[in-house]
Design a protein around this ligand. Structure first.
Ligand SMILES: *Cc1c(COP(=O)(O)O)cnc(C)c1O
Length: 358
C-alpha cells in the first residue's frame, strides 16, 4: 500500500530538467539550487538524482553538511554565506564554499585561524537591496578579501536580480550593467542568474547559472508554465477520495457552513489539508484533478481534508486518486488560484506528506 497523501518525485524529470537547462544555458555550469529540502522534493533525493549538476546551492550550513554526510562530492555553495565565525572551520573541513555579502563576514574571515583558505563568492548588491555589498564599498571589500590569507584566490563574483521574473522589466538590464562595470577587469568566475534569468536573460548567464524552481519543472514567471520551456514537473502531489456523497440544494459544507450547494450534487472528501501543507486559504474553485478532470474545492480547507464538488453525474468512488498538482494540473495554475507562488506551495508541505522518489 502506498502512503497517502504523498508527493511523488520523478528522478527522470529532474535529470531531464537539468539537461534542458544546459541546453538553454550552453556555456554555463549549473549550480543546482536545492535549499529548503530541495524545494520540498527531498534534499538528498534531488542531489543524488542530479549527478550531472556541477554544484549545489544551499541556504544553510546544515543543508550542506547533510549533503556531505550523504556522500555528495560536488561543489557546495552557501548562498547566504556563513552566519558565525565557528562555521568557518566546518567550511574548511567539508570543502564548502561561501558567499560573502557583508563586511561583518570579511572581519570574521580576517580574524579566523584556519588550516586552509576558503573559496568565497563576493556578492554585489546591484539594486535588490537584500544581500550584498554596495557598489561604493565593493572595491575596498574586494581588496580586503584579496589581502586575506584565509581566502582562496581568485575571488568569485555574484549578484542577484530583483525582477528577472518580469521579462519586460528594465531593472534586470540595469543590475546587469552595474555588475559588469564593477567586475569587468577582475579574475574569478561569475554568477548572476536564477531560474527566471536563466530562462529569459541569456546575456546574463555568466560562468554559472543558479536555477532552483526551473529544475523542478516550474516557471517562476506569472502566467508562464515550465512546460513552455520543455521542462517537466518533477512533483505530483496526490491523495485520495475518502468519502463520496450526495447533497441536496441549499445544504452546506464544512466549517463555517459558508458554501451552499446551488443544486443537488456529489461531494468528494480528499484526505489532504493544511496539516499537510495544503493552504487553508485556498479559495472555492481552486482546482483538484480527479479521474481526468478539474473539480473545484468547495467550503473551507480543514486540517486533514478538503471537499470538492464532483458534480451531480459523478461516477467517482472512495479510494479514487486526487491530484493536487502535477503533470495534469500545473502547480503554477494552483498557485495562481490561491494567490501565492509555486515555491511556497512546494516548500510548505509538512513531514506528514511522504516524499516518494520514483
Ligand atoms: C534561491 C536562490 C536561487 C534560485 O532561485 P529560483 O528562482 O528558484 O531559480 C538563486 N540564487 C540565489 C541567491 C537564491 O537564493
Amino acid at each position: 500500500m502506498k502512503p497517502f497523501p504523498r508527493a511523488e518525485v520523478s528522478c527522470r524529470a529532474l535529470k531531464h530538467n537539468l539537461e534542458q537547462l544546459k541546453v538553454i544555458a550552453p556555456n554555463s555550469k549549473v549550480m543546482a539550487v536545492v535549499k529548503a529540502n530541495g524545494y520540498g522534493h527531498g534534499l538528498i533525493n534531488v542531489a543524488k538524482c542530479l549527478t550531472e549538476a556541477d554544484g549545489f546551492g544551499l541556504a544553510r550550513l546544515k543543508e550542506a553538511l547533510m549533503l556531505r554526510d550523504a556522500g555528495i562530492q560536488q561543489k557546495l555553495l552557501l548562498l547566504e554565506g556563513f552566519f558565525h565565525e565557528l562555521d568557518l572551520h566546518k567550511l574548511v573541513d567539508h570543502n564548502i564554499e561561501t558567499v560573502v555579502h557583508h563586511e561583518s563576514q570579511v572581519e570574521m574571515l580576517e580574524l579566523a585561524d584556519l588550516p586552509r583558505p576558503i573559496r568565497v563568492w563576493l556578492k554585489l548588491d546591484s539594486g535588490m537591496n537584500r544581500l550584498g555589498v554596495t557598489s561604493e564599498e565593493f572595491s575596498s571589500i574586494y581588496q580586503r578579501l584579496i589581502d586575506c590569507p584565509n581566502v582562496e584566490k581568485p575571488i568569485h563574483l555574484m549578484t542577484h536580480f530583483a525582477c528577472a521574473d518580469e521579462p519586460e522589466n528594465t531593472m534586470t538590464q540595469e543590475q546587469f550593467e552595474l555588475f559588469e562595470s564593477l567586475t569587468q577587469n577582475l579574475e574569478g568566475e561569475r554568477t548572476l542568474s536564477n531560474s527566471a534569468a536563466t530562462l529569459y536573460w541569456s546575456q546574463a548567464h555568466g560562468d554559472w547559472v543558479r536555477p532552483g524552481i526551473a529544475l523542478y519543472g516550474v516557471s517562476p514567471v506569472m502566467g508562464d508554465l515550465g512546460t513552455n520551456h520543455q521542462l517537466t514537473p518533477a512533483m505530483e502531489l496526490k491523495s485520495q477520495l475518502i468519502s463520496v456523497k450526495s447533497v441536496k440544494a441549499n445544504e452546506s459544507v464544512g466549517y463555517g457552513a459558508y458554501w451552499q450547494a446551488q443544486q443537488q450534487t456529489t461531494l468528494g472528501v480528499v484526505a489532504i489539508g493544511y496539516g499537510d501543507g495544503y493552504p487553508r486559504n485556498a479559495p472555492e474553485g481552486t482546482p483538484v484533478w480527479v479521474n481526468g478532470r478539474r473539480v473545484p474545492i468547495v467550503g473551507r480547507v480543514s486540517m486533514d481534508m478538503l471537499t470538492v464538488d464532483l458534480g451531480v453525474e459523478a461516477q467517482d468512488k472512495v479510494g479514487d486518486e486526487a491530484i493536487l498538482w502535477g503533470k495534469s494540473l500545473p502547480v503554477e495554475e494552483v498557485a495562481a488560484h490561491i494567490g501565492t507562488i509555486a515555491y511556497e506551495l512546494m516548500t510548505k508541505l509538512t513531514p506528514r506528506v511522504a516524499v516518494c522518489l520514483e
